[in-house]
Design a binder for this molecule. Structure first.
Ligand code: KIV
Ligand code: ZN
Length: 514
């Protein structure tokens, strides 16, 4: 059976960022975008350029560096939005403007307060206006799954005539049911006379846990682009997960008449990177990228897999980038081996100083932990790369934690060019250490999330800590890794403060009323 191409449109950096607390800095977006490019994602939606100056800068920065994937910005069907998107994408090798307006009766009446005729007129005008910046224009019918069928067909025909090359049908509120949603897409394709002039796309939310099922059903009925996110990140319950869509299509070649260009071996590293940057842990039983996704516990299963792998496995772990904690480097490895291994992992540094800092941390780690795995290297590199400014640095940390006594932490911190010694008590050593840091930083930020993960197995594993701080509606995620989890915690806290201090953060798009 000859296969048609399924376009993979990743919106981790836009809809994914709309998960409360998943705000990303410009540098973090660039790192994720590079990883998506390596994975051969077709379209990277980098943000919503008009949402804030920070969002504009992030879209622009991604457009400036990405070469192989198309870079896209979201824009309401308003000239000012489209202009801003066009400006942000000016340097992109391949740019797409994604403009949208709501089309369901409930949205048109209560949110837009517009008549259907006005909505069609505005949609057509938006597409024509966007075409002045790029030939690659996508139009979305927001809340398509609750839009009347005839109106859906009417507006689709009109925007294709106006120059939209992709028309997207979002299940904005996650209301769709796979049979009905897919069948509606198929019927719409049959009914719209010029439907063959555009790629039909779907964008499904996961409120009923059906986002992937709805997307795949639409593919079976003719959709040729799926919008999705790494780890299913996204507004509310999230979006369709990229890894699940891609692996379903690849594993069930007998069912799906399409293929993607995705290099699946980058899926797990990308999932880890997104989880690390956003602080959204991946549940162990998550399909494809969860820690248990390929772990066989039941004896009968283990026995079967040993005798013949396919008795219980439908995919190979290596195909999605699981590499079974490969031992890669040790205490005696030199800089060249370190650089070579990072290159193999697809990690590079902008400056020599960053590489030197990462290598110094590698040596420190190798002194404490003799076996250094790929996961250790990835965490170590995240530590180096997230803050532009290192206002706060940990010099030393001493904690006293003894049964029957109050935990106490004493820290020596570098603050710009100053050295400060500070001590505090708390309900545990981490609490005491954070209180001590706050005595110096006086950030007044609210700790919204504190999470610890073991990076590899074994008690000598590094703990990877994520700290989410909120101040005046602005949210930043800091991360830190160390074999000592109190040290990792302080590093994560300082990293969050450094990101705040370096002004890279930006308001959440929703908080800006966009
Ligand atoms: O869910 C949605 O409707 C969206 C659109 C803006 C594409 O994210
Ligand atoms: Zn969405």
């Amino acid at each position: 059976m000859s296969k048609e191409k399924l376009v993979i449109f990743d919106t981790t950096l836009r809809d994914g960022e709309q998960s409360p607390g998943a705000s990303m800095t410009k540098d973090e977006k660039i790192r994720i975008a590079r990883q998506l490019e390596k994975m051969k994602v077709d379209v990277i939606e980098a943000g919503f350029a008009i949402a804030s100056p920070g969002d504009f800068e992030a879209v622009k920065a991604v457009a400036d560096v990405i070469e192989a994937s198309t870079v896209c910005s979201l824009a309401r069907a308003i000239e000012a939005d489209i202009q801003r998107a066009g400006d942000a994408l000016k340097n992109a090798k391949s740019a797409r403007i994604h403009t949208f307006i709501a089309t369901s009766p409930i949205h048109m009446k209560y949110k837009l307060k517009m008549e259907p005729d006005q909505v069609v007129e505005q949609a057509v005008h938006a597409v024509k206006f966007a075409r002045q910046f790029t030939d690659n224009v996508e139009f979305s019918l927001e809340d398509a799954s609750r839009t009347e069928f005839d109106f859906m067909c009417r507006i689709t025909e009109a925007v294709i005539n106006a120059g939209a090359g992709t028309v997207n049908f979002p299940d904005t509120v996650g209301y769709g049911e796979p049979g009905q949603f897919g069948e509606t897409i198929g019927r719409m394709i049959e009914n719209v006379p010029n439907s063959d002039k555009a790629i039909m796309s779907v964008h499904c939310h996961n409120d009923l846990g059906l986002a992937v099922a709805n997307s795949l059903s639409a593919v079976l009925h003719g959709a040729r682009q799926v919008e999705c996110t790494i780890n299913g990140l996204g507004e509310r319950a999230g979006n369709a997960s990229l890894e699940e869509v891609v692996m379903a299509v690849r594993t069930r070649k007998d069912v799906f008449p399409v293929e993607t260009d995705i290099d699946t071996s980058h899926i797990v590293p990308t999932s880890r990177l997104v989880s690390n940057i956003t602080g959204f842990a991946v549940q162990p039983n998550k399909a494809i990228v969860g820690a248990n996704a390929f772990a066989h516990e039941a004896g009968i299963h283990q026995d079967g897999v040993l005798k013949h792998r396919e008795t219980y496995e439908i995919m190979q772990a290596e195909d999605v980038g699981w590499n079974a904690n490969k031992l890669v480097l040790g205490k005696h490895s030199g800089r060249a081996a370190f650089v070579a291994r990072l290159e193999a992992l697809g990690i590079s540094f902008e400056t020599k100083e960053e590489l030197t800092a990462a290598f110094a941390r590698f040596k420190e780690l190798a002194d404490k932990k003799h076996e250094i795995f790929d996961e250790d290297l990835q965490a170590l590199v995240s530590d180096v790369a997230t803050a532009e400014v290192e206002k706060y640095r940990l010099d030393t940390l001493e904690v006293v934690s003894k049964t029957g006594s109050v935990p106490r932490a004493e820290l020596v911190l570098r603050v710009d060019d100053d050295t400060r010694t500070v001590a505090s008590v708390g309900s545990g050593p981490v609490d005491a250490a954070f209180k001590a840091v706050e005595e110096v930083a006086e950030s007044g930020a609210d700790l919204q999330l504190y999470s610890v993960n073991a990076i590899t197995s074994g008690t000598d594993s590094q703990g990877e800590v994520t700290v989410r701080l909120e101040k005046d509606g602005r949210i930043v995620n800091g991360s830190g890794a160390d074999t000592d989890i109190v040290v990792a915690s302080v590093k994560a806290y300082l990293n969050a403060l450094n990101i705040m201090a370096s002004q890279q953060y930006k308001p959440h798009p929703q908080k800006d009323g966009v």
